[in-house]
Design a protein around this ligand. Sequence first.
Ligand SMILES: Nc1nc2c(ncn2[C@@H]2O[C@H](COP(=O)(O)OP(=O)(O)OP(=O)(O)O)[C@@H](O)[C@H]2O)c(=O)[nH]1
Length: 405
Amino acid sequence: MSKKILVVEDSRAFRNYLNQIITQAGYEVLLAASYEEAELILSSKPELLCAVLDYCLPDAQDGEIIDLLLVQKQKVIVLTAMFQEDIREKMLAKGVLDYLLKDSMASVSYLLPLINRLTNNQHHKCLVVDDSITVRRHVVQLLEHQYIRTLQAENGQEAIEIIEKNPDITLVLTDHDMPVKDGITMIHELRQKIDKNQLAILGISGSDANTITARFLKAGANDFLNKPFNQEEFYCRVHQILEMKEANTELFRMANQDALTGLWNRRFLFGDACGDCERKRNIAMLDIDFFKKVNDNYGHDVGDATIVMVANILKIYFPNDVIARFGGEEFCIKADGNFDDFVTCLEKMRQRVERTPIPHQEENIQVTISIGVSNVEGNLDQQIKVADDRLYEAKGNGRNQTVYQ
Ligand SMILES: Nc1nc2c(ncn2[C@@H]2O[C@H](COP(=O)(O)OP(=O)(O)OP(=O)(O)O)[C@@H](O)[C@H]2O)c(=O)[nH]1
């Protein structure tokens, strides 16, 4: 998705300021000082993330630049020198995303978070649940206008079925009064399986009942919005809920992922990944052979690069399983499925590590790994213990091998 942003602003100082802050944030800025310059840039049909437009330009004093961009189906953020209710209404009605007062540099501090929001929205998929097709269409249009992909459901039951089939849905916007299954019952059922950090839910209802907000929130909705709502309030709520969700996802990642390799860590292995602890499963414990020598001979950085290389090969061979960095140069794989197939795949992976050189200055460094495998009955600790004993057997037998019985 594009990172290009068109900025049209006649004040040189302000234009330069916008250019600086937007470029620093990693976007590519196309600058124009007038309507005419903007037209020229647009004639080459650039793919834009959005356009930031000054309402009043020397050669287009009454917002004509906005129409120029909207006709081309671009996302528009407007900068205005003064706030006028009628102009605001007119702009929002036309389909402008948002407007900012440029009375001071500080007031533009809202711009960058808004642009970042548009970028991050592209990672979200929202299910809109409402029995009214008119409401659904309106909400879908608002969301897609800000790059949020959408799906639709007519009632709570249909919504649950769609969520089960689409685990990449990150947000649900739901009405309450619907046939077959209402919104609050649906939320109750969803929350038995999916928590607030995994799936954000915004309740939207026009019910007069003064308990409706509390009922939505107590059922497990992250937030609530009264119908009818205006566009700005809608976006504020959606942005807030998505920001909270992203922050929680990041916290989860930081707490459960290994920073060097991007693999899961022990906490994840024994926590979330262990929900089905008593089930029979395949466990492999792996350790890089003579790893201390790599550090001693080539330095810690090369040692780290070796750990990353092994981790990357593990990801290739076991893309659907839980792979954790267990300790320094020790890894654990937890997998379901046929044990013989698992061992065969481990063997192929072991040979791939053996064949993969780590370039260092003029040399190619070669490492091997030893592997212990188990599929015994018991809890995760017991299964890891058996795999670990076999790993040490593999080390004792001369390393660079897999022991599985
Ligand atoms: N570069 C690097 N080294 C690490 C890291 N974590 C642990 N180590 C080193 O890994 C080495 C492990 O050495 P040992 O446990 O003696 O094992 P080994 O040399 O691999 O020998 P065997 O396992 O018996 O084949 C130690 O020197 C640790 O300092 C890390 O994150 N980066």
